[in-house]
Write a new protein. Structure first.
Length: 213
């Protein structure tokens, strides 16, 4: 059984799959409290559902791409058999994780999108650094950047861990409504940083506060 906040079909908004239709399984609970978190409703709201029930709800949408997100999805033990079932159904499975829980038990076929928390999140001391040595070539690393300090932190981590050559993508995302994407883009261009600046495109398609999209 897993505690599920919501299951919905929408446009993938923040990864190299951005723009593609995707089914999202948002699991309840998170043990971090990032200052800019846009899904605090997932901290506590949710209902227990069996793995079969979740897989059925995903299959309704007849979509080859599914993302497990949260909250922090790796807090619930049954996320592992859920990932196995979804992989077994032939789907591409994405896992969005905050980067503070070990990723070593995630099935190899799953594409991990691993956050590195920057200082302005208030949670940078929780980063589980060994995760960066466990990235597969198809995985992605994401930094949510609020200010220049966050940008310089990200730039240093990317260089120190050689992330650009070890992951499929390094994503830099400005905190929506706080850091101008143009400012972030100009920093990236000035440094020739080997990253992708990405916007949370679902927040432009729908209102930034719309849930279930
Ligand atoms: S890890 Fe994700 S869900 Fe948890 S507080 Fe941070 S942004 Fe929110």
């Amino acid at each position: 059984m897993l505690t599920v906040n919501e299951i919905f079909y929408s446009i993938q908004g923040e990864s190299t799959r951005a723009g593609r239709p995707c089914v999202f399984v948002r699991l309840t609970a998170c043990d971090l409290r990032c200052t800019w978190c846009d899904t605090p409703y997932a901290f506590h709201e949710g209902h227990k559902r069996s793995i079969s029930d979740i897989v059925e709800a995903v299959e309704v949408h007849d979509c080859p791409l599914v993302e497990i997100t949260g909250g922090e999805p790796l807090l619930q033990e049954d996320v592992y058999p859920l990932m196995d079932r979804l992989i077994g159904s032939g789907r591409t499975v994405l896992l969005e994780t905050g980067g503070h829980r070990p990723i070593d038990r995630v099935p190899a076929e799953v594409v991990k999108i691993v956050d590195v928390k920057c200082p302005a999140s208030g949670e940078a001391d929780k980063n589980h650094w060994p995760n960066l040595a466990r990235l597969a070539a198809h995985d992605e690393v994401k930094f949510v950047v609020q200010d220049r300090g966050d940008y310089e932190f990200a730039r240093d981590v990317i260089a120190r861990h050689d992330l650009a050559s070890r992951a499929a993508a390094v994503l830099l995302s400005p905190v929506h409504g706080v850091l101008d994407a143009r400012v972030l883009s100009e920093w990236v261009l000035a440094d020739h940083l080997p990253v992708r600046v990405q916007l949370q495109i679902h927040k432009y398609i729908w209102s930034p506060t719309t849930r279930g999209v």
